[in-house]
Design a protein around this ligand. Structure first.
Ligand code: NI
Length: 183
């Protein structure tokens, strides 16, 4: 099932997401639907608040990025905790399904060490760098109510203001279905 994607202005994107518990109903199906929604919108990552649920899950598929040095991954991260960020800061032009038609340069550290559980609640701890680390950090931010535009300087933010207002009113036409805030 493909969910509509929440966009800038939707309060769910500003909440701190809650941990997933073992009694979460149909967890595997929910994860599957998140993957479907992500692929349908040509995204490389998607966090649960972007489908209207303030819970701590994100999914990603970084296997199609040509510049990806370490091979990409296809994975769901449940109750993730970023243990450590390391390496040099680097700039990448980021986009977000919840910010249609906006792309801006964002600085993030190279490497991330992350703990999480899978769909069977087995614990994992792994380290990623490059593009996959970039997507993990971006998606993790969504669970904290943070969006990449928050990192922009005041001038850039001012320039984007009318675009963001338009998005929050649903005045955008992405190729995927969106949920207009307040409707
Ligand atoms: Ni995003």
């Amino acid at each position: 099932m493909i969910y509509p994607v929440t966009v800038f202005g939707d309060p769910v994107l500003r909440k701190k997401a809650e941990p997933i518990t073992k009694d979460f109903v149909d967890l595997k199906e929910f994860v599957q639907n998140m993957f479907e929604t992500m692929y349908n919108s040509d995204g490389v990552g998607l966090a649960a608040p972007q489908v209207g649920q303030a819970v701590r899950i994100f999914v990603l598929d970084t296997t199609h990025n040509e510049e990806d040095e370490p091979a990409g991954i296809i994975k769901a991260f449940i109750n993730p905790v970023i243990v450590e960020k390391s390496g040099d800061d680097w700039v990448m032009n980021e986009g977000c399904l919840s910010l249609p038609e906006i792309r801006e340069d964002v600085i993030r550290p190279e490497t991330v060490r992350i703990k999480y559980v899978d769909e069977n609640f087995n614990e994992h701890e792994e380290e990623y760098s490059g593009f996959t680390s970039r997507v993990i950090q971006h998606e993790y931010d969504h669970l904290e109510g943070v969006m990449f535009v928050d990192y922009l300087n005041p001038l850039k933010k001012r320039i984007l203001k009318s675009k963001l207002t338009a998005i929050s009113k649903g005045k955008v036409l992405p190729k995927y279905r969106i949920r207009i805030p307040g409707k």
